[in-house]
Design a binder for this molecule. Sequence first.
Ligand code: NAI
Length: 242
Amino acid sequence: MNFKNKTAIVTGATRGIGQKIAEDLYDLGATLILTGADRDRIKRLRGNKRRKYYHLDFLEDESVSEFIETLEEYEKIDICINNAGINRINYIYDIMEEDWDRIMKVNLSGPFRLIKEAARIMKKKRYGRIVNIASIFGTITREKRAAYTASKSGLIGLTKTAALDLAPYNILVNSVSPGFILTDLTKRILSSKEREALRAAVPLKRLGRPRDISPVVLFLASDLNTYITGQNIIADGGYVNT
Ligand code: NAI
């Protein structure tokens, strides 16, 4: 795989899965537009000519508009990886409206706005690869996951329709659904006991790492992917079939 002469957006690239995707794209030659929601951290991260960091918080309209404006500085955008995402778990009768709205804004409306913007730019060159990071909880679910599952199922639906709308412009749109990946997000949500139980339940007998997900995303975002569009690829060590 080679990403020389490709310009790629990766949202939520400051840690976890997004950080690994960004590192791998960088190593393979891409020019990167990377985002994170923590303003101070973005200021501290030093970019270079081929790797620029921008503040993007889907909960702040102004931040989204500013980010979209900065995209005008780029001659083209070839790849857009919608990776940023959040999770709060709670029983449906306890979910606060505010949490529901936040999850929808970050996990679903954010990708929608970026896909729309990226597609506008990609259409001009009649080339694009969009990969949305969904979740196994967009396909299956568990208790306390109503908001997260609704957002990720929505993202998978958005992927399928965007793939149809953008196919005439040679823009391929897919989603990747990770299983349980050890990142800050999982550490925040799952106790060590819960993580241990999940490890035992996964057929491959281990939790995933960001490097289990990145190659799948890179393939779908690369020129090697010439005919897959509108698909959701599950990378979960076999968990959804148990
Ligand atoms: P993480 O919590 O380690 O990183 C999340 C990233 O999203 C950070 O860079 C953060 O700055 C950004 N972000 C957070 N709030 C934001 C906001 N309001 N606006 C814009 N950006 C924001 O998460 P992780 O685990 O790397 O997850 C990445 C993606 O993978 C998410 O979409 C998540 O739902 C999905 N996923 C993760 C799984 C896991 O087990 N870790 C499993 C399935 C899906």
